[in-house]
Design a protein around this ligand. Sequence first.
Ligand SMILES: [Zn+2]
Length: 430
Amino acid sequence: MIQLPTVSAELEERGNGPFEDCVALIAELYPLTHEHLAFERHTEFGLLFHWKGRTVAPDGPLVLMAHYDVVPVDESDDWTHPPFAGVVADGWVYGRGALDDKGPLIVVLEAVENLLAAGFMPARDVYLSFGGNEESYGKAAIEIARVLKERGIVPWLVLDEGGAVVDAPLSFVQGRAAMIGVGEKGVLTLRLSTRGEGGHASAPPTLTAVRRIARAVDRLGPATFRARTPKTISRMLAQFSEQATGPSRLLLKVLAAVPPLTARVFAALGGEPAAMVRTTVAATMQSGGTAANVIPSQASATVNLRIALGESVDSAVKRVRRRINDPVVSVEVLEGSEPSPESETDNAQFALLARALDDAFPGVRPVPYVMMAATDSRHFHRYSPAVYRFAPLEMSNAQRASIHGVDESVEIAALERGERFHRALLEHLD
Ligand SMILES: [Zn+2]
C-alpha cells in the first residue's frame, strides 16, 4: 500500500492511477470485506463500506474513518529507506503513510476481515469511511458525511485519526497514555489591509499605511483572546495526576481542580500549553511597498487564527476588529472553519473505547485532549455528538515527529495490537 504514491497534493502530476490502484488493492487484500459489506463510492475519492448489524440500533451506527492519501515527500530529505519503496525490515514497515494514515486504515480492515472469517456479525451497523483527499481539505469526507445525514443516519460513535498510544505525554508524567482527541480547534485566516497617503520617503506623514498595519498586528498580541480551560484539559490533567510521581502529582491535581488557574499558568507558559487554553493569533504574511524610497499608499497583513472550542468564526472576527480599534483598517475573512463541539468522556462510547484499549493495551488509560490540527471527522462532528480522534497505534516521540516528516515507520507488532483494538471495539458494540 505504501508503494502506491497516493499524494493528494500532487494529484495533477501523478494522476488518478495510484488512487485507483489503492482501491483495487484493498479489494484484493480484503475479499471477505468486499463480499459481505456494501460498497459505495462518493465523489472520486470517498470509499464507504456498510456492514449490516444483527439489529438496527435506534441510536445509530459505528463509523470508523481513515484516509488513504498521504502528504508529499521533500526531495531533499534523506530517508533511510525510500519513502515509496514499502521496505519491511527488522519487524518495521517504512515509508510515507505508515502512520498517517495507511497503518490506521489497514488495522481497521484487518479487524473486519478477521471477524468476517470467524462468522461474526456486529451488534449494530458499522460504516467504514475512507477518504482519498484528507490532506488537501477532504471533499470526500464532506460528501460521505452529507450522504449519511441525508439518509437520516446519525452515528452513535465516530472514530478517526488523531491521538495515539504515546510514551510519557508530558515530561513529568511516567508511562504510556492513549491520547484521545475529543474536539478540534477551528481555523480562521484574515487579511488586514489599509490605504494611506503615499509619497516621497523624505517627508513622511505620521501615520502611513505601513505603520497602521504594523500597529494593528501589534495590537493582536498573545492576550487578544481570553484564556479559558476547556473541560477536556481539566480531565486530561486529572488523569495525568494519577500517573505522575513526586511534587508534579500535587501540582497536576491542583491544576485539574482549578480551571482558572490552569488557564493563567498555561497562557503564561506560551507555546503549546497556551494554545490549549485560548484562541491563538499568528501574523504569517505582510506586504506593502515596492521601492526603498517610496511610501506605499497601501499595506496589508495576513493573520492565521486557531479558534478555541466554545468560540466561533464570528466572535473571533468581532474580537479582532475591537482589538485593532482602527476604522481605516479593513478586516476580511479569507477562510474560516468553526471549532468542533467537545465530545463527552462519561458516556457509553468513551467507555467502549476504554474497554477496547484494555484488550489491546492492558493498563494504558484513555486521556482526553483537544487537537490543534483538523481531521476529516469534523464533518461528522457537526451533527454527531460522539466523535473521537484516536488511532490505536503506539507512537514514540520520534515516530510522531516523522508524520509529515522523514523516516515515517510503524512496527508490525504495533499494527497487530491496533487490529486487536478494533476487533475488541467491534465485538463489544452491544
Ligand atoms: Zn492524517
